[in-house]
Design a protein around this ligand. Structure first.
Ligand SMILES: Nc1ncnc2c1ncn2[C@@H]1O[C@H](COP(=O)(O)OP(=O)(O)OP(=O)(O)O)[C@@H](O)[C@H]1O
Ligand SMILES: [Mg+2]
Length: 452
């Protein structure tokens, strides 16, 4: 529900839900919103619904813990499997051990495999580049006034963009952000004022409703190749790979894609254009956290100039070095990151209060509330099963150790020289026999535990 919404509107929903007495299910990628409105989190993962007894922050912490446990269990099982496989390989042809080897084969077949932890911290593995370097001044607009009929959006404002600027344009719904972006792009004309694009500037525009410009009957790869870049299919597939479309997925039709998948295609199209000036109007709408991180990485390595419009504080903080906002029908610039801008706004408001003035009308970030959720620990396997698993690992390790010893004794006994030294022969034979007995016992125990 929070896509496109500005901060005050999100806050309003948060308050509404806090007083709402019914049950609520929310689908959202906005972590702060989720933290303030939910007490249970369900992740859709590998075709299953995985519940967590807490809000989003709890989910993150608990997931990390579960991942650690799963990773440990996975690695443990893998080493057990390797040991069993070694055992089978070694003894399958040996009559005296054939039965044990056979039962290990059975146990291996029956073994419920623990899956490795899925890696979801996707890394972008390509560079979005351009061949043509623009001049120092990317864009100038002077004395711009914009009206829709009688409605004033901008009054005599100036816009100046230099090469390498990384700008985030923020502010409330309806303030005129998208309008300004269209004026910059030149897809709309100002009521008054002039628009002067710099030398060699090549622009690529991701509009707020860009998804609607995708061709529904196209397959993803086809959509990309029609975007007008000169890249071949292999290069396009590598771009799509960075945006998490792999293998056969690139042949999916646009019309069957989810909202976030469509956004990823539209963004990939915008970024491959070899433009040296990007205009991105709310690119993170619909994107999940992994995809937002991909976009952040893409913009971090991009050496051109860009303006992004966004209500996502995390995203803005990570990509922009200049903040633009709209106040009194004018475009204003704060030369710093979002965190610095936030601090500056706070100070400015305090100062205004002290002086008894009304607070400035610039967009105000919401204070962060801390909310702790008590949650029950996650359910895992029963204590008996855990104990059995632990013992199984111990037994396995012992078998491994004894097998190594056996190999040494066997080698010694196979050496003709030992038969000249009776005491050593006796000693080794006794040890060999003992170890063998011990191994039979351990193997039986292993079989029993593996059946559990
Ligand atoms: N073509 C148009 N005709 C009339 N009014 C328009 C037109 N385009 C935009 N407006 C109005 O101009 C104002 C600014 O719109 P704009 O889309 O620029 O806002 P925004 O800051 O991008 O908001 P949001 O955060 O919701 O995307 C709004 O009140 C909108 O209704
Ligand atoms: Mg807009």
């Amino acid at each position: 529900p929070t896509n496109h919404l500005d901060l005050p509107s999100i806050k309003w929903i948060e308050n509404y839900l806090a007083d709402y007495e019914g049950a609520v299910i929310i689908v959202s990628h906005d972590r702060e919103f989720l933290d303030r409105t939910t007490n249970t989190t369900v992740e859709v993962l590998g075709g299953k619904l995985v519940p967590y007894a807490g809000n989003y922050t709890y989910y993150l912490e608990e997931k990390e813990e579960r991942n650690l446990i799963q990773k440990g269990a996975f690695e443990n099982q893998q080493s057990q499997i390797r040991a069993a496989e070694r055992f089978i390989e070694r003894f399958k042809a040996k009559a005296s051990k054939a039965k044990q080897a056979q039962s290990r084969v059975k146990a291996l077949d029956k073994l419920e495999r623990i899956e490795d932890v899925a890696q979801d911290a996707a890394k972008i593995n390509m560079k979005f580049t351009f061949k043509v370097e623009p001049g120092r001044h990317v864009l100038r607009m002077e004395h711009v006034t914009k009206k829709y009929d009688q409605k004033l959006i901008f009054r005599d404002t100036n816009v100046h963009i230099e090469r390498g600027d990384k700008i985030a344009l923020i502010g409330a719904n309806g303030k005129g952000k998208s309008t300004l972006m269209r004026l910059v792009a030149g897809t709309e004309n100002p009521t008054e004022g002039k628009h002067q694009l710099g030398h060699n500037v090549i622009m690529s525009f991701y509009a707020q409703h860009q998804l609607e410009s995708l061709t529904l009957d196209n397959e993803i790869l086809q959509e990309m190749s029609e975007a007008g870049s000169k890249r071949n299919d292999m290069e396009l597939r590598s771009v799509l790979g960075s945006f998490l479309f792999t293998g056969e997925e690139v042949f999916k039709k646009i019309k069957v894609l989810s909202g976030g998948e469509k956004s990823r295609v539209a963004l990939a199209k915008t970024l491959i254009s070899e433009a040296n000036f990007l205009l991105l109007d709310e690119p993170t709408n619909h994107l999940d956290m992994v995809s937002v991180n991909i976009l952040i990485q893409a913009l971090e390595q991009y050496e051109g100039t860009f303006i992004v419009i966004s209500h996502d504080r995390f995203f803005v903080e990570n990509v922009a070095t200049k903040i633009w906002y709209i106040e009194d029908f004018q475009l204003k610039e704060y030369p710093g990151t979002y965190a610095e801008y936030e601090q500056w706004q706070e100070d400015r408001e305090k100062a205004a209060k002290k002086a008894g003035l009304p607070s400035p009308s610039a967009p105000k970030p919401q204070p962060k509330e801390e909310k702790k959720v008590e949650a029950a620990p996650a359910k895992t396997s029963s204590p008996d099963q855990k104990k059995a698993l632990r013992e199984l690992a111990e037994v396995e390790a012992n078998i491994d150790k004894l097998e190594k010893e056996m190999a040494i004794y066997e080698k010694q006994l196979a050496d003709p020289k030992i038969y000249q030294n009776t005491s050593q022969l006796k000693d080794t034979t006794v040890k060999f026999e003992q170890t063998k007995k011990e191994l039979v016992k351990l193997n039986d125990r292993w079989e029993m535990l593996a059946e559990m």
